[in-house]
Write a protein that binds this ligand. Structure first.
Ligand SMILES: [Zn+2]
Length: 249
């Protein structure tokens, strides 16, 4: 039952995060006007706003003008829902669930903005950074508690230095995002998150080139890879480090 409620909550929030991720970079209100078809500008009816279901029933097309609806919408809705439902299974029904749901929410919005505009909005980071800091210092602290602050510094410096060396391979948004990730994961797992993100980014790039969506040398958003890499590190990082140490011993 809790699993089902978490899934539904994720589905509804995921739908909202699509709107947030699309509108915040353009400095538009996230409540008004109501959602409309970007092609024919028609305001969507209630039945067209049901997460995932509308997309499937309409076969991914606008009912009026038949314009293709981006696959990003149902993907973000479904991923948010599945992660919301799975998180408690990984971290247990504890205060940590709130932290994981907050982190998933941040990544859902970052994913939408970065895929559509190649931007990770400052306003989103400025909203989530204090929220996650409060959660980490107040009701779901790391041990030791200051690992949050250390993680944030490590995340920021690591990406900042790589941005300097790679000259433009890393955007300012990616650097700031990793400072926020550090708050949640702590120093050690933030390093793991970075390596997994670059690995996932490489895979995305190769797949993108294979299916002809990405051209060699063309910039591509790093946000989606950071989201995937960091969630893996967050849920499985400790187990991965343990397995690695065991192999090395
Ligand atoms: Zn339309």
């Amino acid at each position: 039952m809790l699993f089902f409620i978490s899934f539904l909550l994720g589905l509804l929030l995921g739908s909202f995060y699509n709107v947030v991720g699309l509108r915040v970079p353009k400095a538009e209100s996230i409540v008004a006007p109501r959602s409309h078809c970007p092609s024919c500008k028609r305001t969507l009816t209630a039945t067209e706003l049901i997460p995932v279901v509308s997309y499937v029933l309409q076969k991914g097309k606008c009912r009026a003008c038949s314009a293709r609806i981006s696959f990003v919408y149902p993907f973000v809705e479904l991923s948010t829902a599945m992660l919301f439902a799975l998180a408690p299974l990984f971290v247990g029904w504890s205060a940590e669930v709130v932290v994981s749901w907050t982190l998933i929410s941040l990544f859902a919005i970052v994913f939408v903005s970065d895929v559509h505009y190649m931007v990770i909005p400052n306003r989103i980071l400025l909203f989530f950074a204090p929220l996650l800091l409060i959660e980490r210092l107040w009701f779901a602290p790391l041990t030791p508690w200051w690992d949050s602050l250390l993680g944030s510094i490590v995340g920021f410096l690591m990406l900042f230095i790589i941005a300097l060396i790679s000259k433009g391979g890393m955007g300012g948004g990616d650097i700031k995002l990793f400072a926020v990730i550090g708050l949640v994961l702590g120093a050690k797992l933030t390093v793991v998150a970075f390596f997994l993100s670059t690995l996932v980014g490489t895979i995305f790039g190769l797949v993108g080139m294979a299916i002809g969506r990405v051209k060699r040398g063309e910039p591509m958003p790093f946000g989606p890879a950071i989201a995937v890499g960091t969630m893996i590190a967050y849920f499985f990082g400790e187990a991965m480090i343990e397995a690695y140490v065991n192999v090395m011993m």
